[in-house]
Write a protein that binds this ligand. Structure first.
Ligand code: MG
Length: 392
């Protein structure tokens, strides 16, 4: 029996993880949950799963949840809060496996604490790998902890990597759906609305990652994530646009062989793979061979999708620039969702923040968080400057 902690239990990855746990009660059990701000969902999850520990984003939310649980007669669940609460969730002694799915750098400390505590990690929070990849992979090596990617592309690469030795890999190919604007002419990008950008053709996901898929910044974060997870230089990570999202990614070996992983577009499969690794367990997530009839691949357009170019730049510099890429994007996406800036303002803002970022490499999580804060501040200044210049 594997005892699972979920960081980000009320998000889409968290819910899919609970769905898998529910399907395999003989293999997996829920030990602890970090639920964030959605108190109704957190309450329902506590009633259903009776975790030993649950964490909320704030003290007020924790107090409210504790009251509601007490009223229901649930007293065995300890309610904690904040980043310390998330660390507590990740390090409960009986936990074997931690699903890291808190969006943004909020889950960073908890993920790091889980690695230090020797827990196996299912990594769905790509920002953790982007912002603190060097630190996390070093700690994982030291503690002999497996970092198993749940992001569908990296999960595919992890699977394909099992076919050969690391030195036999020439390069890897990350597939990108291309998002909703794959064929949109360049002049129309300025007028893209929030509603259009939130409508992703193949995956149903959270709001930020959906916008990041539309700008291809998500793929950019995945390039950096892949560099860290698989210890490869940015030049060995290629992107191919594949609108069907059927091939989840490919590994190219030195002899010319390309290995691809193909499956249904359902996050439950990478979650199940990570949870049961190195075993494979039967599931009903069957793939219909008929859908292989029409697969399409094309090179990405870096002119219409400058976020991809910015990500390669940040990947080459690493350290503070990878942190700034992620932090500036989060601020810029929020501004776009609030209709403060146009769609094209997202790469503009990130580009300016990257340019103003000094090249450094943090050695601790604390330093990562400080650099993250600085990059956010810089992004807000860029946005404020933009507003001021528009008023003139
Ligand atoms: Mg992905």
């Amino acid at each position: 029996m594997k005892h699972v902690a979920i960081l980000g239990s009320t998000g889409s990855i968290g819910q899919s993880t609970l769905n898998i746990v529910e399907s395999y009660p003989e293999r997996f059990a829920v030990a602890s949950l970090a639920a964030g701000r959605n108190i109704d969902a957190a309450f329902d999850q506590c009633i259903r799963w009776r975790p030993r520990v649950v964490s909320m984003a704030s003290e007020e939310l924790a107090a409210a949840l504790a009251r509601r649980l007490r009223d229901k007669g649930v007293t065995a669940t300890e309610v904690v809060w904040g980043s310390e609460g998330a660390v507590r969730v990740a390090t409960v002694p009986e936990v074997d496996f931690v699903v890291s799915a808190i969006v943004g750098v909020a889950g960073l400390e908890a993920t790091y604490a889980a690695v230090r505590a020797g827990k196996t990690i299912g990594l769905a929070n790509k920002e953790a790998m982007v912002a603190a990849g060097e630190i996390l992979t070093a700690a994982a090596r030291e503690k002999n902890v497996a970092l198993l990617p749940i992001d569908s592309e990296h999960n595919a690469i992890h699977q394909c990597m099992r076919a050969g030795a690391r030195r036999e890999v020439r390069q890897i190919w990350l597939t990108a759906s291309g998002g909703p604007f794959r064929t949109l002419p360049a002049p129309e990008f300025r007028n893209i609305t929030v509603e259009q950008a939130l409508h992703h053709p193949t995956w149903v996901m959270g709001r930020r990652i959906t916008i990041d898929s539309a700008t291809l910044l998500n793929k950019g974060l995945e390039i950096i994530e892949a560099c860290r997870l698989f210890d490869l230089p940015p030049s060995a990570i290629k992107v191919t646009v594949h609108p069907q999202s059927t091939v989840h990614s490919l590994v190219e070996y030195v002899d010319g062989s390309l290995l691809a992983q193909i499956s249904v577009t359902d996050m439950r499969l990478p979650i199940l793979y990570a949870l049961s690794y190195p075993e494979r367990v039967p599931s009903d997530l069957r793939f219909d061979m008929a859908s292989l009839a029409d697969l399409h691949f094309e090179p990405p357009d870096l002119e219409r999708f400058p976020c991809l170019r910015l990500a390669y730049e940040a990947a080459e510099k690493g350290g503070a620039h990878a942190i700034a890429l992620n932090a500036a994007d989060e601020i810029a996406v929020q501004a776009f969702l609030e209709r403060v800036i146009p769609f094209t303002g997202i790469p503009d803002t990130i580009g300016q923040v990257l340019q103003a970022t000094r090249e450094t490499h943090p050695a601790t999580i604390k330093e990562v968080l400080a650099l993250d804060g600085q990059a956010r501040e810089l992004a807000r200044e860029v946005l404020a400057g933009r507003e001021a210049s528009q008023r003139c």
